[in-house]
Design a binder for this molecule. Sequence first.
Ligand code: FES
Ligand code: FES
Length: 602
Amino acid sequence: MAMRRTPVVLNGLEKYLVFDPEKDTLAEVVRRYGLTGTKVGCGAGLCGACSVIIDDKVVRSCMKKMCDVEPYSNITTIEGIGAPNFLHPLQLAMAVSGGIQCGFCSPGFIVSAKALLDENASPTREEVRDWFQKHRNICRCTGYKQIVDAVMLASEVLRGEKTMQDIEFKVDPSHIYNTKHPRPTAIGKACGLLEYGDDLKYKMPPGTLHLAIVQPKMASHAKVLSIDTSVAEKMPGVFRIVTAEDVKGNNIYVTPLVHARTTLNGFNRKLLIGIGDMIKRYGDVVAIVMAETEEQARAAAKAVKVEIERLPEYMNFIETAAPDAIRIFEESPNIYMRQPVLKGDSADGVIENSYCSVTGSFYSTRQPHMSIEGDTMQSYWDEDGNICVQCKSMSIEWNRRGLAGAVGLPYEKMRIIMNTSGGSFGWSTGGASYGLIMICQMLTERPCTMTMSYEEFMHFSGKRCAAYSNGRLACDENGKVTALEFDIGMDHGAYPDVAHEMLQKVARFCGFPYNIPNVSGLGRMACSNHNNGVSYRGFGSPEAEHCSEHLVDMLANKMGMDPFEFRRINIARPGDTTINQYPYPEYPMEQLFDMLEPYYKK
Ligand code: FES
Ligand code: FES
């Protein structure tokens, strides 16, 4: 492999960068040179996390082939903009304006904004927004307002209208709530110095093995007939290829559903799909390559050959619940859990006799979390013989318990440590990927590291459940709701990870936060061959409220009433109960409506 060497001016210093002209991108090269503040999220030119400045222009470095970088280009990465003891106004402004949450996008935004302010010292808010849009800087956490605030604030400092001291956060000892106290990690993130999972990859000790997963991506429902690793095993740098036969434990990721009232027992998710097993979703993994370098692991993963027998694929609740659908899990019907809700009189009868009623059918979509950082992790044995996994887990304890048997190690010997994480929004409550690295770690003394590509991550990580609902809502002539009837079918995808929690939400939040005296409802949970469900903002309640809030709008409309006023009439007040007949834990709704009213009427 022939390398090339080119001179560049990197953060003000002339350097020679050595790279593979066939495939290295600028992002890969600067990260390899230690400048890991340049993050790689999508790796496809879509998120702006990898933004750098080349000769005054913002460039997405993941898309810039290193061989296309002109000699003596002036390249600025986040590390060349400022450091904790010598902050650029943009870095301080981002920290004090709340522009930094997970922080994975922050270096890209700061680099991009630096180029803007170099070109236009007094941008308007619209120009700032347009700039970020043009340069594809995406943030999943903040909602952008705070980032625009930060750019405007920094521009004031750069124009000399304010000093750095003026914009610093000043602690008011009398209170902390309702202040913009910067998060403790904000400055590290603003400077690109905090180490996220893929940054740690470069800092692992020599001898660390790189892992790559084998996702056949041939079907969403299939029986595995063979897995041929013979060619891949002989490829350069391959240490070992791990399949289900090599797993020291039982290979079963136990989910909390094991405790639930269901016909699936929760012991049904295999981490590695072996010969004779079923692929139940597109992203299932049949093997993992352990190799000396990431590139070698990926090359060998591509050479693993898999034969399958395709089975019918059921991609939503309607298909999976059809009477002629085959079982996705032998031991259970595809609808594996039901949760009725009954309050007051039969809603059906009350609705028939009510002054006004509406009927609707709704669909709320499956939803990917789209955190800008994907899934990335490291593992090693510690000096006490514990397996340690550094990863993005939001559910450390739950995953320790869920994975111990799968991996074949006592629970007490498992440590899960959370890395600095570039967002999750719920998907990293699922621990299956951490199970994969643990399975490999059990087979070697050498440390391991694994970074999924964004595509692998999207196919592997759980998603928000999709839901189909039918509902009816009725009220009297004054607009007081009399009854609610609903049937919500949730499609939790291939594995029942958090289905129990999800279905509970249906029974709690359809019709929330109103006082509804008569309710007849049913929640049903089904598996399908889509990706598995996992927690996501609201954790099931948006799927349930999607049905009831639409019904509320429809009923207000039919009554000729303002939907805000219609809701205000029906919100729960002290003494009223939920659809489960419990008192609401708090009754702030009236106060909230009073607060909302001026905004609504604007
Ligand atoms: S645009 Fe380069 S990582 Fe997303
Ligand atoms: S702070 Fe922007 S993606 Fe998290």
